[in-house]
Design a protein around this ligand. Structure first.
Ligand code: HEM
Length: 280
């Protein structure tokens, strides 16, 4: 009986495979192991760094942009001069609105790249969202909830920003006190700008805070005290730029309403004739 059972079984694997077979098996096992260990790859860290850098460049761009757009609060002439400065007339002899289009297209590209890099970390599907919500409830840490707010505001921002950037790429010549005010009021863009303003400032503020925590900027010996200080800076940052943006938006709305019956009129510096390029 024992004899029959023995022959019916598949031939047993040799306990010690021949020496020549071993390196091959070891190679395969090594490959399986290394393929299953993404921790050995430097790419996640590189992509993380790229995400931080692209976010930082976008945040700095936004800060500068808010000040440029707010020059309307000082005078129409100043905002007009800033807009023409970016068209490079001082360099090329003639204003080149295509320069603004190119910068806006570059910002769009950076935004898409940044969103793509960030997408890696956003929970996909019901199961992952459910798992994340569970972690968030258990951890009860303000910064985990903040991350969720950042992810959601980033999602909304992608759609809101691309609407605005499309205008800037396609109508760069229509940036000026009357032209911008007309787009904001008569063109009905103000609700988009209002939503964009809050979303961008909240997202940007949280992003800078998280970058500072992650890379240890202004790190204190006491980590909690450091975070508290960074939180105060974040609130001050968002409050300042939301207030500046609201006052600026009101100035465009006010001018747009006052100018509504003269649609299509181009702004000209006092004593000058309106620049004719790119009439609407
Ligand atoms: C090169 C790219 C960009 C250009 C040339 C540009 C230019 C302008 C201009 C001229 C205005 C005044 C209103 C108008 O003319 O329609 C404006 C308003 C605004 N822009 Fe941009 N923009 C750019 C990118 C962005 C981005 C990436 C954001 C946000 C992430 C943004 C947020 C806003 C907001 C919130 C307003 C409303 C005004 C305010 O509340 O201060 N812009 N932009």
């Amino acid at each position: 009986m024992r004899q029959i059972a023995k022959t019916a079984l598949a031939p047993a694997l040799p306990e010690n495979p021949p020496a020549a077979a071993r390196p091959q098996q070891n190679d395969r096992a090594h490959r399986v192991l290394t393929d299953a260990q993404p921790a050995n790859s430097r790419w996640p860290a590189r992509l993380d760094l790229l995400q931080s850098l692209s976010g930082l460049v976008l945040a700095l761009f936004l800060v500068a942009h808010m000040f440029f757009v707010a020059t309307i609060l000082i005078s129409h002439e100043l905002f007009y001069s800033v807009a023409r400065f970016f068209e490079g007339g001082w360099l090329f002899g003639e204003p080149q609105p295509a320069l603004v289009s190119m910068v806006a297209a570059g910002v769009t590209g950076l935004l898409v790249a940044h969103a793509w890099l960030a997408m890696r970390k956003i929970p996909a599907g019901y199961r992952q969202v459910h798992a994340f919500s569970g972690h968030r409830r258990r951890l009860r840490h303000g910064d985990t909830s903040l991350w969720w707010l950042q992810a959601m505001s980033g999602f909304a921002l992608f759609f809101l920003t691309t609407i605005h950037l499309y205008d800037m790429v396609s109508q760069p010549q229509l940036i000026g006190p009357y032209e911008s005010a007309e787009r904001v009021w008569t063109g009905g863009m103000w609700p988009i700008y209002l939503a964009l303003l809050f979303t961008a400032e909240v997202h940007g503020g949280i992003a800078l805070y998280r970058l500072a925590v992650k890379w240890g900027w202004f790190a204190d010996i006491d980590a909690d005290a450091g975070r508290r200080r960074l939180r105060r800076i974040r609130h001050a940052f968002s409050t300042f730029f939301i207030t500046l943006g609201l006052v600026t938006l009101l100035a465009y709305i006010d001018l747009g309403r006052a100018h509504a019956d003269r649609g299509g009129e181009r702004y000209a510096l006092p004593g000058h004739v309106a620049v004719g390029h790119g009439k609407p």
